[in-house]
Write a protein that binds this ligand. Structure first.
Ligand SMILES: [Fe+2]
Length: 373
């Protein structure tokens, strides 16, 4: 049972749409006062769609549905119900979700709205609370360096996790053999593997993705919206055929949630993952290029403005890469712990640490694993 928002059983499709609108409204935040409109179109019941208008709050409007909006989102009734029932663990990158939704117009607004319909589970709420207390007791806010460990044992890893200390692991070679990968080698070995599903009509395999990546690197652009247009796989599922080359270490495969792929090119001043935290311990293996992680201890939660609507990924409104202290004044006091990850290194990042990630060079590739427990 979720304390933040109870799931409901809908008697009718119309009730499901109303429940969904309520979910959006109660999860919506807009600290920067962005103004915009998104039309939510339900193909099976077009007359029961609605327009979500951003103000300080979210307004659900049902009159004049034909008017022009900044963003258009078409979402089938079954997907609406699924979102409602699964908000505790829903991942919009799941092809069976994203593959049913059509977008056009301002995709940033759709992204903003998508985040409003998530809710944390009790597990996540409890985890963040206990980690916050632990970080405070340990004084992790004052840490200035991330520890390095060469070829640690499983026992040492368990100790790191229980103490919630981030640690970089070295000496992983030759297994997995991640020092000599290139994007050409990936395209050659895994050309047909699906690496990104963006909508019902857009899917990319490795060969196509690498081609897009090369075109981007030849002519990079800065206009990038999280989740949609950057040539970056953003934690898409690692195709199964790639698992043997980038398999998890230290524990059995069953101890991890299926791995995620972070492959692509992102300009160095734009974070590849914006400031957020995860409720499970993450293992991030760096394969191509370097990544920098900016970490904030969990006891600094109040200083960096985390979203109230989230599930297995809690984003922050405050953006360290473009700080606006007039909107987020407490963030001036936040202390950041930086570390750079080189190919062949892996960071163990215990649950609850806020982090922002930058690709220091392109192309760039990492594989991440979340420990289940
Ligand atoms: Fe993360």
């Amino acid at each position: 049972m979720n304390v933040a928002y109870p799931p409901r059983n809908f008697e009718t499709d119309l009730a499901a749409i109303e429940g969904f609108a309520d979910l959006l409204k109660t999860g919506f935040q807009n600290p920067e006062g962005i103004r915009g409109t998104v039309k939510l179109h339900v193909p099976e019941m077009p007359e029961h769609g609605f327009i979500a208008r951003y103000d300080e709050e979210l307004h659900i409007e049902r009159n004049d549905l034909d008017r022009e909006t900044d963003t258009f989102v078409s979402i089938p009734i079954d997907t609406i119900k699924r979102i409602f029932w699964e908000f505790e663990y829903l991942d919009f990158r799941d092809p069976s979700i994203i593959g049913t939704i059509e977008f056009s117009g301002n995709l940033g607004y759709a992204n903003h709205l998508a985040k409003a319909c998530l809710r944390p589970s009790n597990f996540t709420l409890e985890r963040f609370k206990s980690v916050g207390q632990l970080h405070k007791a340990k004084g992790y806010r004052e840490l200035t360096k991330v520890e390095y460990l060469h070829q640690p044992t499983q026992r040492q890893i368990l100790e790191i996790i229980s103490e919630s200390r981030p640690v970089v692991i070295t000496g992983l070679e030759p297994s997995p053999p991640c020092k000599d990968w290139t994007i050409d080698k990936l395209a050659e070995k895994y050309g047909d593997a699906i690496v990104r599903v963006r909508s019902a009509t857009q899917k990319q395999n490795m060969r196509e993705f690498v081609q897009e990546l090369k075109e981007f690197m030849a002519n990079p652009y800065d206009d990038i919206v999280e989740g949609f247009v950057k040539p970056y796989t953003e934690g898409a599922s690692l195709p199964e055929e790639m698992w043997p080359d980038f398999g998890p270490l230290f524990f059995d495969r069953e101890d991890f949630i299926p791995p995620q792929l972070w492959l692509g090119a992102v300009p160095t001043h734009i974070p590849t993952s914006s400031l957020h935290r995860d409720p499970r311990c993450g293992f991030l293996l760096q394969v191509i290029g370097c990544k920098r992680l900016d970490l904030y201890s969990a006891d600094q939660e109040d200083l960096i403005y985390p979203h109230k609507a989230y599930n297995n990924y809690q984003p922050c409104w405050f953006r360290p890469e473009d700080p606006d202290y007039s909107v987020y004044p407490k963030a001036e006091k936040a202390k950041c712990l930086q570390v750079t990850l080189k190919p062949g290194e892996m960071i163990v990042q215990p649950a609850g640490w806020f982090h922002q990630v930058y690709a220091l060079d392109s192309p760039n590739m990492s594989v991440s694993y979340f420990w289940r427990y």
